[in-house]
Design a protein. Structure first.
Length: 394
């Protein structure tokens, strides 16, 4: 059967002047895919024009560029984008993707591919590609904070903190915010002495950044019809990319629950909203399951670094908590790869451990999850003294 060739950036229709020459100062390029976003696009683009430096002064406009890629549009997204285009580095293109390719995965990939090519053209393989969405807005100091986040050349990628522009009302959403806050505190407590983040909490297509050379090294973003951001994140982890999570790197995103895919943020919000309306339980991981996962990952990282009897014994002890038969034999059958991210994936997603995890720890109602996390954090604070965590909860 004939299948259309994969889309390429050469298919772009340019609605703003196409940049023909390099921009030596341009070390940051944003990829913004959009489809029928006429209600949000002006606010999105205005946020780029309002970027300020650390002193609150307007940012040099040549420091970053933006590619707005409008695909298969049926509304006035392009017209409104052109009217809102105040930053000279905002480039507006459109593309009509064949039905087989007309989804967010291909749209985001095409936008990021162009950004990658642009950074190479600018002479900056260490430059930064930033992915965001057309229904989102950067905080005014986003670019300044991004530069600070990537100040160390060893940082390969970063995840932004996504904040919903309009708080979604309801007990379920209030309790979910509490649960995720407590979960974050527990993770910090479990891995506070680890040299870099082992588990990351916010890495979404609406707000992540990656150096051009790392983007190329992992083969770019895979054009999946949904969860393309999560898969790209896994590719980075398995390459042992140093990923920083910065809570001051803020993007405000839409609270809409009418999603464009069957998965993703909007679909998850809809699922929780329906549970609220129907009076159904929302289920989460237990505190013990979370704590054990964080501790196992920390122990496995130590063993990956130094393969000695003490570190091996610690890993086996945690695996035993999952009622995994013969954890030593289990580990010996897994080849130790060059990157820890690959090692963790091979262990954590191994069918035998997945089965053991599911049998050992059942999901629990949200209210119970909050109570368990709060109790465990209190116990840890009383035994080990962690005033920072206490202040975070307050």
């Amino acid at each position: 059967m004939f299948q259309e060739p994969a889309p390429h950036t050469t298919l772009f229709i340019w609605h703003s002047p196409e940049p023909k020459t390099s921009n030596p100062e341009g070390r940051i390029v944003f990829a913004v895919p959009a489809k029928d976003e006429e209600d949000h696009i002006a606010a999105c683009l205005n946020a780029f024009a309002q970027q300020v430096d650390a002193e609150g002064q307007p940012l040099n406009t040549s420091l970053f560029e933006v590619l707005l890629l409008v695909n298969n549009t049926t509304d006035d997204t392009i017209g409104r984008a052109l009217a809102a285009r105040r930053h000279p580095g905002i480039h507006i293109v459109s593309v009509n993707l064949p039905p087989h390719y007309a989804h967010i995965g291909w749209a985001r990939r095409l936008a990021m591919e162009w950004c990658s090519q642009r950074l190479v053209q600018n002479g900056h393989p260490e430059g930064i590609i930033v992915s965001t969405d057309a229904d989102s807005q950067l905080a005014p100091d986003f670019v300044s904070e991004l530069t600070r986040t990537f100040a160390a050349p060893t940082v390969h990628a970063a995840g932004a903190m996504l904040l919903v522009k309009e708080e979604i009302e309801g007990t379920v959403f209030t309790n979910l915010r509490t649960y995720f806050s407590l979960e974050k505190q527990l993770r910090q407590r479990a891995q506070e002495e680890v040299a870099f983040d082992l588990v990351h909490t916010h890495f979404s297509g609406a707000g992540f950044a990656v150096r051009q050379h790392m983007y190329a090294a992992v083969g770019g973003l895979s054009p999946l019809p949904y969860n393309e951001d999560k898969y790209f994140y896994q590719k980075l982890l398995q390459r042992d990319a140093c990923i920083k999570m910065n809570d001051r790197l803020i993007i405000y995103t839409s609270s809409r629950v009418a999603g464009r895919t069957e998965w993703g943020m909007a679909a998850q919000l809809m699922k929780w909203k329906k549970a609220e309306e129907d009076g159904e339980y929302v289920f989460v991981s237990s505190a013990r399951a979370q704590w054990l996962c964080f501790q196992l990952q920390r122990a496995l990282y130590a063993y990956w670094l130094v393969q000695n009897a003490e570190n091996l014994d610690t890993v086996c002890r945690y695996l035993t908590e999952y009622t995994l038969p013969n954890p030593l034999l289990f580990l010996n059958k897994i080849t130790r790869p060059a990157y820890f991210g690959q090692y963790w994936y091979c262990v954590w997603e191994h069918p035998k451990l997945v089965e053991a995890r599911q049998a050992s720890f059942l999901s629990i109602p949200l209210d119970e999850g909050i109570a368990q996390l709060d109790a465990l954090l209190t116990t840890l604070e009383n035994h080990f003294g962690t005033p920072a965590l206490a202040s975070l909860r307050a």
